[in-house]
Design a protein around this ligand. Sequence first.
Ligand code: UDX
Length: 431
Amino acid sequence: MVGTPQRRVAVFGAGYIGLVTGVCLAEFGHRVVFRDIDPEKIRILRSGEVPIYEPGLSEMMVRNKERLTFTLDLREALDGAEIAYVCVDTPPSASGDADLSRVWAVVKSLEGAAHLRAVVVKSTVPVGTGTRVRAVLDAAGLAHVGYASNPEFTAEGTAVNDFLHPDRVVVGASDEATARLISDLHEGVDGPVVMMDVRSAEMVKLASNALLATKISFINEIATLCEKTGADVEEVAHAVGLDHRLGRHFLRPGIGWGGSCFPKDSEALRQLANNTGYHLQLLSAVIEVNNLQKRRAIQRLKDELGTLVGARVALLGLTFKPGTDDMREAPSTVLATRLLAEGAEVRCWDPMARTAEAEPWTSTSRHATPESAVDGADAAIVVTEWPQLKEVDWAQAAWAMRRPVFYDGRNLLDPAGMRALGFTYISVGRP
Ligand code: UDX
């Protein structure tokens, strides 16, 4: 980018967030070295492949390959690095608080980095983490190195676009020079940079995700009430969303939110509050409504089928949302576990899900097409709104099912049309 100094950036953690951040920074002209502790990931990246599915990322990586390096070696990562980006994961610990062990491992490894000017944490961390990082840096002889919190707001499936065209870039820094350095690093981004103190920046991330999750749980509760009163939640959400003070986004009712951020971050925020002695009542209810949403689906099937013992249930879609291969905290895992516990037989279909050892039920029951998954089934559940499901010949599928009970957990299909085909069609909040 003309006029912007090209920086040398070391990105720690080559997961979804690290890769998108680093590759986009390379697109702006910076030199980026990724350091990860997973040899397989580094091997794949060095061979020019991308270990995750994220639209646009692969092409951008190829375009900027001269500026991108991948390493397992800490010294190589820090050699000449001016800015260290911490993008490691912060999974929930046994107590529900974020587990920061990977963040600490990175921060402690920075000692002796001669050219370092700033450490930036992008990982989602509890408010107050920056102060603790500052103390570790000071103790490691890095008191001259600046610190910034630069939370990410990118959503999977649109992460590259979200990075390049954000609603805002949040930079929380303790000193002006660091704030300016990180702000300048983002020159090329099509959106405002909002600067603030470190703690506020840490809170923006947690509060944003909690409010988004709140909107979804809110509309899901209204959907339940619509079912009881005969209103149509789709009409309600549409008209509610037209009020510019409320906004139309994140008012899609469904089987519940999942993914790598909402479940983990909402629980982490709840625990952060608990640790201060304050109980976030609203957020606790938001989480509870989301848990219920999945269990209600199972109960509805039980009501229709009489019993789930021996019932064949097809899960259509496994990922936590379409357009990704990510299974983290996907509602499908809760549904499958509950169905198996009730004595049902689970079969499934998904065009992209990266299923693992953690989901043993997918290994024997995964079908190549939705048609084959529902063939002979007693019930089907739309768990993920993959567009392919709109193309299925549902008339044929209704015949092929043992009992055509259909729970549309994403309100993807037309209720009247599905009923006309002979389905016992249930959806979320629609009459
Ligand atoms: C989210 C945030 O959007 C992003 O800003 C943050 O950085 C990470 O967490 P992501 O998890 O990738 O991103 O997915 P998102 O598109 O936000 O969807 C999250 C979940 O909510 C999905 O399970 C989705 O199906 C569900 N959802 C979303 C709804 O049920 N209804 C909606 O109206 C919107």
